[in-house]
Design a binder for this molecule. Structure first.
Ligand code: FNR
Length: 355
């Protein structure tokens, strides 16, 4: 009999057993020597929590408010291309599982399922759309209009990808998408090599004028994803964004940039509450979410573990991953005497040697 999955690491193993090697490498891999990829997770191994005892916090309140909407916990699903590579239900399973738990999903530009059916499945839970800007702006504009009509509540402009990072695993595997894996929300149909497609189609000259351009074509809130320094965070605030996502794209873009948890404090200090600050990269335990909030984030997004859950068991698998994170977060809050997210202050964490 198979043991139940108790941790996100258990789901990772289950997924690996089920997936073909090139697809696994596409999911798991990072750019270059994968130092940044490894650093994202390792940064959380340096965190030491400082509990406050005899402050009863059973059944802690994990709810948070982001852009006027209540989330069941400060946890969301990061945008990732082609969930259909992990499971035929793809993003539909992901959105159902997240929405059932009151958690938001950011749908990738390269989602494998149509945003109309995803919005219906979200059943009132927040659904955001991630944007890559194409050289042909009309493609991006049509994508925005379609998602907005379907009910997307915010746009997440990815700003760390003027070109795709050098993902050596994919180069070695000559990774190609199977013909049935196609972007469901773009005109122009499918492609086989994500790297070659990005080189040909994504706009390498994107600059901060993209924010006012987005404002001119949509009334949705705009967040930027991929900020790693305080000066860029200030530029984003000046550009009038509605939120910043501290991200290094899960180590998939420029190897050698810091772990996101390391970059977070200077960004939170620079932004000083002017807009919500979210983070993704290496979050694998409920207590990692606690650490993100202590260091200045308003919420944390989870990437690969969601694909692991999806590959392991479709909607139930994603649900299992999210339930573990929620339970671990509650556990960590209870045991640190943290009754609500407002109790999570910088003093809750110190930095030590990696475990
Ligand atoms: C991504 N990521 C990503 N980001 C984005 O803005 N648009 C996208 O289409 C994708 N696609 C994508 C595919 C896959 C397979 C992965 C693993 C990642 C990056 C993603 O949003 C996020 O930044 C990281 O995945 C977060 O790190 P963890 O949780 O995977 O460590």
């Amino acid at each position: 009999m198979q043991m139940p999955a108790l941790t996100l690491q258990d789901y990772r193993r289950l997924a690996q057993e089920r997936m073909e090697r090139p697809v696994w490498d596409f999911f798991e891999g990072g750019a270059g020597e994968e130092h940044t990829l490894a650093a994202n997770e390792r940064a959380f191994d340096r965190v030491r929590l400082r509990p406050t005892v005899l402050r009863p916090a059973a059944g802690p309140d994990t709810t948070c408010k982001i852009l006027g909407r209540t989330w069941a916990a400060p946890i969301g699903v990061a945008p990732m291309a082609f969930h259909t590579l992990a499971h035929p239900d793809g993003e539909l399973a992901t959105v159902r599982a997240a929405a059932a738990r009151g958690l938001p999903v950011t749908v990738s530009t390269f989602a494998g399922r149509a945003c109309e059916e995803l919005a219906a499945a979200a059943a009132g839970a927040p659904l955001w759309l991630q944007l890559y800007c194409f050289r042909d702006r009309s493609v991006t504009r049509r994508l925005i209009e379609r998602a907005e009509r379907a009910g997307a509540e915010a746009l997440v402009l990815t700003v760390d990808a003027p070109r795709l990072g050098r993902r050596l695993r994919d180069v070695r595997n000559d990774f190609r998408l199977p013909p049935h894996i196609v972007p469901a929300n773009l005109d122009g149909g499918g492609f086989s090599s994500p790297a070659a497609h990005a080189r040909a189609e994504l706009d390498p000259s994107l600059d901060w004028s993209a924010v006012p351009w987005l404002r001119s074509v949509t009334s949705l809130p705009v967040l930027v994803k991929g900020v790693l320094t305080a000066p860029d965070a200030l530029r984003a605030v000046e550009a009038g964004v509605d939120g910043i996502i501290v991200s290094n794209h899960g180590g998939r873009q420029l190897d050698g940039v810091p772990a996101t948890l390391e970059a977070l404090p200077e960004i939170a200090a620079a932004v000083r509450g002017a807009c919500p600050v979210l983070i993704d990269g290496g979050i694998r335990r409920g207590r990692d979410v606690l650490a993100c909030l202590a260091l200045g984030a308003d919420a944390a997004l989870v990437g690969r573990p969601v694909l692991h859950g999806l590959a392991a068991g479709g909607e139930d698998g994603v649900g299992g991953v999210l339930d573990i994170l929620l339970e671990e977060l509650q556990d960590a809050m209870t045991l640190t005497g943290t009754r609500s997210l407002a109790d999570i202050l910088p003093d809750l964490v110190r930095t030590g040697e990696p475990w």
